[in-house]
Write a protein that binds this ligand. Structure first.
Ligand code: PEP
Ligand code: MN
Length: 273
């Protein structure tokens, strides 16, 4: 593949986000699909921090299929992200949809998310490439792995190599699930590039009951982490409520994911002996 900046080499890229590192060990990012109110994000960040989650997600610009659906709080949401960052010391990942918003978001966001629908928005890619902040690049829902990695090259071409790839499923003829979570991309990406890759089983399946098994599968195939949607009251969520875990559900999933990861690490260490 014609990768110039991101071609695999001996060392992996570790991406520093405050005092945490993505690519070294296993990172779980969690939070609501969208920031809906100060109370909602405050409660979410508090519970997640208590569980030991340091990077939270929450969109303030939502790319919705219908223009009549909730579009996100927009820049008002930045105030609430700022509050939780200061109060709980968490880091924040949030989607940027328009290059004109990068400057206003910059002080409040620790990782810029490029959503599936914008994976090939080349002017947006170039602009986040110039911003000195890590980028979470989701796979386009109809993109090949080559197109995805070349989208990452656009960011790298501008000098920003702090790119985290995120597999979020692709559209196939299967419609029982929201998307088909293509976990084969994880080892393929690792063969081709030095970038870390995480998996989003929430958008990848659209089904709560699949989050735990697909999270375990992601760990088993070498993912560097996960991004999971969780909401204080999923039934009342303004976006993606059906696929969002409640905090009680998330806690159970989180405990199992941690145990599974630990077991696998022990197994790897033993087989080296
Ligand atoms: C999201 O993360 O909420 C989102 C909109 O994801 P995607 O771009 O993968 O659909
Ligand atoms: Mn969502």
């Amino acid at each position: 593949m014609d990768l110039k900046h991101l071609k695999r080499k001996d060392s992996k890229r570790f991406i520093k986000v405050g005092d945490t590192v993505i690519g070294d060990g296993f990172t779980v990012i969690a939070g609501p699909c969208a920031v809906e109110s100060e109370e909602q994000i405050y409660f979410s960040a508090k519970r997640l921090k208590e569980l030991g989650i340091n990077i939270i997600r929450g969109g303030i610009f939502k790319p919705r299929t219908s223009p009549h659906s909730f579009q996100g709080l927009g820049l008002e949401g930045l105030k609430y992200l700022d509050t939780v960052k200061k109060e709980f010391g968490v880091y924040v990942v949030s989607e940027v949809m328009d290059p004109r918003d990068i400057d206003s978001m910059f002080p409040f966001v620790d990782i810029f998310q490029i959503g599936s629908r914008n994976m090939q928005n080349f002017s947006l890619l170039k602009e986040v490439g110039r911003a000195k902040k890590p980028v979470l690049l989701k796979r386009g829902m109809a993109s090949t792995i080559r197109e995805w990695l070349l989208a990452a090259e656009y960011i790298a071409e501008e000098g920003n190599l702090d790119i985290i790839l995120c597999e979020r499923g692709i559209r196939t003829f299967e419609n029982y699930t929201r998307n088909t979570l293509d976990l084969s991309s994880v080892p393929i990406v690792k063969e081709l590039t030095f970038l870390p890759i995480i998996v989003d089983p929430s958008h990848g399946t659209g089904l709560k009951s699949l989050i735990l098994p697909m999270s375990k599968a992601s760990i088993a195939c070498g993912s560097d982490g996960l991004m999971i949607e969780v909401h204080p009251d999923p039934k009342r969520a303004l976006s993606d409520g059906r696929q969002s875990l409640s905090f009680e559900e998330f806690e159970r999933v989180w405990r199992e994911i941690r145990n599974f990861y630990k077991c696998l690490e022990e197994f790897k260490n033993q087989s080296l002996l």
